[in-house]
Design a binder for this molecule. Structure first.
Ligand SMILES: *[C@@H]1O[C@H](CO)[C@@H](O)[C@H](O)[C@H]1NC(C)=O
Ligand SMILES: *[C@@H]1O[C@H](CO)[C@@H](O)[C@H](O)[C@H]1NC(C)=O
Ligand SMILES: *[C@@H]1O[C@H](CO)[C@@H](O)[C@H](O)[C@H]1NC(C)=O
Ligand SMILES: *[C@@H]1O[C@H](CO)[C@@H](O)[C@H](O)[C@H]1NC(C)=O
Ligand SMILES: *[C@@H]1O[C@H](CO)[C@@H](O)[C@H](O)[C@H]1NC(C)=O
Ligand SMILES: *[C@@H]1O[C@H](CO)[C@@H](O)[C@H](O)[C@H]1NC(C)=O
Length: 927
């Protein structure tokens, strides 16, 4: 059984609204029937919140949508209408008013109540509410019926409306169902290059019937904005100022005369501050007031690794003129400033060696920091499937992976409150975005108005969360879509650019700035930033776009290149202030494939495996996309063949597993080199301050860019990223053209550390090579900075030795402390550099030995250097080892702890743990 309405329960916990005399009927507590006008024989129980696919699956009308090629077999669901009909609702006839409140309808509905048409809706991301008081008066059996139209059909019909905007060929990225840009529905529901296309429908978020007495209100949304006095979204806040707390409730019903807001801020040790908000105003269903909180009266909230995640409860009582409470709202808040700095590089910065141009980084409570993380995609194609425990497990892996920021990619759905709640508690910054991506969008009045409602609701809903870090307009618009228009239709570019600004600047900016002073905004995820600001205008931002000055550096970067021969060639990586996307895809593990694919299809290029590879995008809905899929499969295959011993196992399943694993090795190395490059940038003129790779997690079992598979299993990437996201690292940077080699020690701690460094060359048998290096051994590394340990040349160092039989081990050990901590700790890191590709290196059998006691597995390399030691465990359990995918020197022994996240094997997985290393690729037997 699916857990019933987890979201409803959790949403209630984060937005408690309690009032005397009102009745709120949670529509997840009543019975629903799901039928379709297209299929008279289907009538099954429905749920709220839910989606049609989930309810049909629960009723066993369909099989598992994620299995094999069911994506293609289930298109009929997306092409049909579906009706959710409630049992008669137990409502009062004597209420002063009765409202239907929907926190989310996905997407095109026609709503009937008491047999009468109430409304039609067309935006998955809006909250809708309807006054049905009059209908209820003359109604014997209050039944709610919601008919969902087919999103793909309606998208097509919208496209076909005369006068509708269209764009030059190639601008709109087509995944599977076309015309997603015309509708306000999760864009990846129509397919993406890492997921299937189901275009689900349903009442996907909690819904209520609210009945109110006279002079009573139901709070449907609440804005809390906390900022430093005088703070502005686009400038660094003054950290010495007091806090302003601005609160604003959106209500249904009628407020009593002279309503006021009484507030209490309470912390771990009880009530801290209370009183009445000042300057209370009421207009159009909204009651707003503010108060001042003295600097120092509250503790700051910090992201993980930078301090504590101090949270407070804010209670807002809406009171009448005799101070009697009408309604109470509680929000959990935190005090922090988070600023996305795009200001021009100052003279002071240039004096410190920063290249001119524009800043592009984040500042928490007035401090620069290095953002380490990844990009979050919808963790499930069916959001009602996403429970708090599932997200908690995923976020645990984020924390365990040394990540402090996620970019919540902009063509999924706005994150549920419980996701921000978890991030608030765990200290994960959520860069958030409006749901637009890889396309340009219509700008007719109806579309803009629809978006305006969506943006206002979402900005107000989530602004109180201290984990909310940023708002961006959409995905890759400035760096991909606009340049594509510019090349394909240069004459019309000014018009398309103006339309882009109509939506992402003229429409969205006033709403963001009108509701929050605490969060910065940019129209596009990847951007060269703003060029000038003029606050005398309603839309104050002028974007820089391509208006660049030679020698200056602007903005954040996005980098994809599938030329597999270029692994580790840093001359190709973009030099910017922040990297917000980069990556390469890999296969999931055999264990994940086994969840979704029949045994006979478990081979690299079986049609089932191939057709689950959606990169490059399929470009249509049918099963004839082998052509594109073969490119994606080929990119992975050729990368393995180029860089690693080619798996050729006798057993076909073992061979498949070895191939899947090898694609993960390539992926992990690909990211590692880039993360090292970006982190080194913190010490170079670009003053690079962020690395968010593509992508954190999977939403099905398929070849994708993810570091975490659908069930939570870590790929090699997530382990390697964890390692290279340590606070202090050592890394080798080789110029592939002339073999010049630099070695750097890099730290993102906020104070300088003293470090000792050790470099040593070995052959693969583990013998130390007599190569002397003119490297520093004791160095100091500045705050969020790097120190060059060695500058040399590989050929010079090897002096004619065979590069295939030489590897460099690098160790760093630093004394320092975490930000906002007085405790001195030792930070260590070990890294290996191999001058020859591993495919042509003289690997030797390291004779790995695995032993285990209760909570530790111990691996020893008995007779040689082991590359990419990999502890593997069977399906049925999800866990992560403390460390994996590491290298071992000859004779080195490593104890590895683990953390179990779920286990259906009753602990038996422990007996089935195996160990392998790259050497196993050379063997025809075993895995
Ligand atoms: C989510 O729902 C789909 C459809 O029923 C199912 O295939 C999948 O296993 C579910 N995932 C989880 C994690 O519950
Ligand atoms: C399907 O839904 C669409 C959009 O709501 C509506 O126009 C159409 O009449 C519906 N068709 C049926 C058969 O219910
Ligand atoms: C939508 O339009 C495309 C052509 O743009 C067509 O191939 C497809 O069949 C249409 N889909 C539906 C559901 O009508
Ligand atoms: C209330 O409004 C006045 C006048 O605009 C302003 O000076 C004062 O700071 C406001 N008080 C608060 C607590 O925001
Ligand atoms: C906020 O209130 C909830 C519910 O009463 C309580 O469990 C929690 O500990 C409180 N949090 C803080 C920070 O006071
Ligand atoms: C309501 O409370 C405020 C603050 O304590 C007080 O000033 C005011 O007189 C009260 N009003 C009534 C009607 O009691």
């Amino acid at each position: 059984m699916r857990p019933r309405s987890t979201q409803a329960v959790l949403a209630a916990a984060s937005m408690v609204s309690v009032a005397v005399g009102q009745q709120v009927l949670n529509l997840s507590t009543i019975d629903w029937t799901l039928t379709s006008p297209n299929f008279s024989y289907i009538s099954v129980p429905g749920m709220v919140p839910s989606q049609v696919h989930l309810d049909l699956r629960e009723a066993q009308v369909i099989g598992d949508p994620l299995y094999a090629l069911n994506e293609f077999n289930l298109r009929w669901i997306a092409y049909s209408n579906w009706t959710y009909t409630s049992a008669p609702l137990d409502l009062h006839k004597n209420a002063s008013s009765t409202w239907l409140v929907f926190n989310g309808l996905d997407t095109f509905t026609s709503i009937d109540f008491c047999g009468e048409h109430v409304a039609a809706t067309n935006n998955q991301f809006r909250q809708y509410y309807f006054d049905v008081s009059a209908l209820l008066q003359s109604c014997d059996s209050p039944i709610l019926s919601i008919n969902f139209g087919s999103a793909p059909i309606i998208a097509n019909a919208t496209r076909a409306i005369p006068g509708q905007l269209a764009w030059p060929f190639g601008v709109q990225q087509l995944y599977e169902f076309p015309n997603r840009e015309y509708i306000r529905k999760e864009q990846s529901d129509f397919g993406w290059d890492w997921g299937p296309a189901f275009a689900p429908a349903g009442i996907w978020l909690p819904a209520y019937v609210v009945q109110l007495p006279q002079q009573n209100v139901y709070v449907r949304n609440t804005l809390v904005d906390i900022y430093r006095e005088g703070q502005h979204n686009f400038y660094a806040p003054d950290q010495t100022k007091d806090w302003v707390l601005n609160a604003s409730v959106d209500y249904l019903g009628s407020l009593p005369y002279r309503a006021n807001i009484q507030y209490t801020i309470s912390g771990p040790s009880g009530d801290l501050l209370n009183g009445f908000l000042s300057n209370v105003t009421s207009e159009a269903g909204r009651l707003t007031g503010s108060t001042s909180v003295p600097d120092g009266a509250v503790e700051l909230w910090w992201p993980v690794g930078m301090g504590q995640q101090q949270l407070y409860n804010l209670t807002l009582n809406v009171v009448d003129s005799s101070n009697t409470t009408v309604v109470t709202v509680t929000k959990r808040i935190g005090f922090r400033t988070i600023f996305n700095n795009q200001t021009p590089i100052s003279q002071e910065q240039m004096d410190l060696g920063v290249a001119p141009g524009g800043n592009w980084h984040f500042e928490i409570n007035g401090n620069e920091f290095y953002a380490k993380g990844s990009n979050f995609i919808p963790p499930d194609v069916f959001w009602p499937n996403v429970t708090e425990p599932r997200l908690r497990q995923l976020f645990d892996s984020v924390i365990d992976g040394n990540q402090n920021m996620l970019r919540v990619w902009s063509s999924g759905a706005y994150s549920p409150d419980f996701m921000y709640d978890l991030a608030d508690e765990m200290g994960i910054l959520l860069w958030s975005e409006f749901e637009f991506g890889c396309a340009l969008y219509p700008v007719n009045e109806e579309f803009l108005e629809n978006v305006a409602h969506e943006v206002e609701y979402q900005v107000r809903r989530v602004n109180h969360h201290p984990s909310l870090a940023y708002w961006a307009g959409g995905n890759e618009l400035e760096n991909l879509e606009l340049p594509t228009v510019n090349t394909t239709a240069p004459d019309e570019y000014p018009r398309y650019l103006a339309e882009y600004e109509t939506l992402f600047l003229d429409t969205i900016v006033p709403i963001v700035l009108g509701n929050t002073k605490s969060i910065s905004y940019s129209p596009s995820s990847t951007t060269n930033g703003w060029q000038s600001l003029d606050f005398s205008k309603s839309q104050p931002i002028a974007q820089r776009y391509g208006n660049l000055t030679e020698g200056s550096i602007y903005g954040d970067t996005d980098f994809y290149n599938y030329n597999f021969t270029q692994l580790g060639n840093f001359s190709r990586y973009p030099v910017g202030r922040f990297a917000n996307e980069f990556g390469y895809h890999s296969m999931p593990s055999l264990q994940s494939w086994q969840q979704a694919v029949a045994p006979e299809d478990l081979s690299f290029n079986s049609s089932v495996v191939m057709l689950r590879d959606h990169h490059p995008p399929a470009g249509g809905v049918n099963t004839s996309n082998f052509y594109n899929a073969s490119f994606g499969q080929g990119q992975m295959t050729m990368a393995v063949e180029e860089w690693y011993p080619i798996p050729n196992k006798t057993d076909s399943l073992a061979n498949f597993s070895a191939w899947c694993h090898s694609t993960q090795l390539f992926q992990a190395e690909f990211y590692k080199f880039q993360i090292e490059f970006y982190r080194r940038g913190s010490a170079l003129p670009e003053r690079q301050l962020g690395s968010l790779y593509w992508q954190l997690e999977d939403q099905w079992q398929a070849p994708t860019w993810a570091g975490i598979e659908y069930d939570g299993r870590w790929k090699v990437l997530h382990y390697v990223a964890k390692d290279i996201y340590r606070p202090v690292i050592i890394s080798a940077h080789r110029n592939v053209t002339n073999n010049d080699l630099e070695i750097w020690a890099i730290s993102d701690l906020w104070s300088s550390v003293s470090a000792s460094v050790n470099l040593a060359w070995y052959d693969w048998s583990g013998n130390k090579l007599n190569i002397s290096m003119d490297a520093a051994t004791n160095v100091s590394i500045g705050a969020i900075n790097g120190t060059k340990i060695l500058s040399s040349n590989v050929d010079t160092m090897l002096q004619g030795r065979n590069a295939a039989d030489a590897i460099l081990r690098m160790d760093v050990s630093a004394q320092g402390s975490l930000p906002n901590s007085n405790t001195t700790q030792t930070f260590t890191h070990t890294n290996w550099f191999h001058p020859a590709p591993l495919s042509s290196s003289n690997l030797t059998d390291p004779k790995l030995e695995l032993s285990k006691n209760n909570d530790t597995f111990t691996v020893k390399a008995k007779s040689g250097v082991a590359a990419f030691v990999w502890l593997d465990y069977p399906g049925g359990a999800v866990l992560n080892f403390e460390d994996n995918g590491f290298w071992l020197a000859k004779g080195e022994e490593k104890g590895v702890g683990y953390k179990v996240k779920s286990d259906t094997t009753g602990g038996k997985w422990k007996d089935a743990v195996t160990v392998r290393s790259l050497w196993n690729n050379t063997l025809s037997e075993g895995y």
